[in-house]
Design a protein around this ligand. Structure first.
Ligand code: GLV
Ligand code: MG
Length: 324
């Protein structure tokens, strides 16, 4: 290990994160009753310019009056390039800061963007005498944000998570797609001719690099990497496939842009019983190996060693966190 110790963000459950437009208060109660881990009330892209002021009021009222239970509550503010953003921060933190856990910063491009919001939030918290510190979640969804992802991840003690905003990322990088998430058949490999002369097409995941890059920056800074939206809410299989790819790379959650996606995210992002049992067997086998002075042993015909302990501990810790 490096001598550098990575400080971990507060251990919040973040398997699913529901997007709820601030301009749709009729959706708030249902969201509060759902099984989602994190809710972000949106002031940004789901809200039309003329509705921004009203949406802000709705969100402040809802944070203060609705019983959100133990859910982690976030607000997505507008981008730093808009004049809505300062009022989003001032009004929401001043008037509802005590029930607000996180602020989601969209289209973050540089570490200085994080610094600017940190400065504003710190002043408001101090002026109000809030005891709790509000955390930050950042959407990595522009070429600039991806270029600076490591600096952004390290930019504030408030940082908790990085989110891959696939829709805006596609727009920013001018990727050839018009859907939100999912795959494009043009991103494929054509095999050489097979024995019967035919050629197979293997679809690739055009988001692989971006997601993997973000996961590394998040983990290197003790933050949660979270996969963003999947637009086709009538395609649960497609959603689950995308969530599984993200989970395999190290993401611990995925957005739900529709309530039906909450259960799918919770399922995919929770280790299965079989995985947890296997992890517990690895830990037991390694404990026995250590008692015999061995650093590596075989379990079910496969080598396990000290790295296996660390992998197994991640799974067991996650299962414990979910169990509550
Ligand atoms: C989310 O904000 C996205 O652009 O995908
Ligand atoms: Mg976006």
């Amino acid at each position: 290990m490096s001598f550098h110790v990575i400080q971990q963000a507060p251990a919040r459950l973040n398997r699913s994160e529901l997007a709820v437009p601030g301009s749709a208060p009729q959706m708030f109660e249902k969201a509060a009753q759902s099984d989602v881990d994190v809710i972000f009330l949106d002031l940004e892209d789901a809200v039309a310019p003329d509705d921004k002021a009203e949406a802000r009021k709705n969100i402040i009222k809802a944070l203060n009056e609705i019983d959100w239970g133990k859910k982690t509550m976030s607000v997505r503010i507008n981008g730093l390039d808009t004049h809505y953003m300062y009022r989003d921060v001032v009004d929401v933190v001043e008037q509802a800061g005590e029930r607000l856990d996180l602020i989601m910063i969209p289209k973050v491009g540089t570490a200085a963007d994080v610094y600017a919001v940190d400065m504003m939030v710190t002043q408001i918290e101090d002026a109000r005498g809030y005891k709790k510190r509000i955390g930050f979640e950042h959407i990595i969804e522009t070429a600039l944000g991806m270029q600076n992802v490591s600096a952004i991840a390290a930019a504030s003690k408030r940082n908790e998570s990085l989110h891959f905003g696939v829709a805006d990322y596609a727009a920013s990088t001018r990727a050839r797609t018009t859907i939100i998430g999912g795959v494009n058949p043009d991103y494929a490999v054509l095999t050489d001719p097979l024995a019967d002369g035919s050629r197979a097409v293997h679809w690739g995941d055009m988001w692989h690099y971006a997601l993997a890059r973000m996961v590394v920056a998040a983990r290197a800074n003790g933050l949660r990497p979270i996969d963003g939206p999947f637009g086709d809410f009538q395609d649960p299989e497609g959603y689950k496939a995308a969530a599984k790819r993200a989970a395999v790379l190290g993401c611990e959650g995925k957005w739900a842009i529709h309530p039906s996606q909450i259960a799918l995210a919770n399922e995919v992002m929770s280790p299965s019983e079989a995985e947890v049992t296997k992890a517990q067997r690895i830990l037991a086998a390694m404990e026995e190996a250590a008692a015999q002075g061995k650093g590596a042993v075989s379990l079910d015909g496969r080598l396990i060693d000290y790295a296996s302990i660390r992998q197994a501990e991640v799974l067991v810790a996650k299962a414990r966190q979910i169990a509550g």
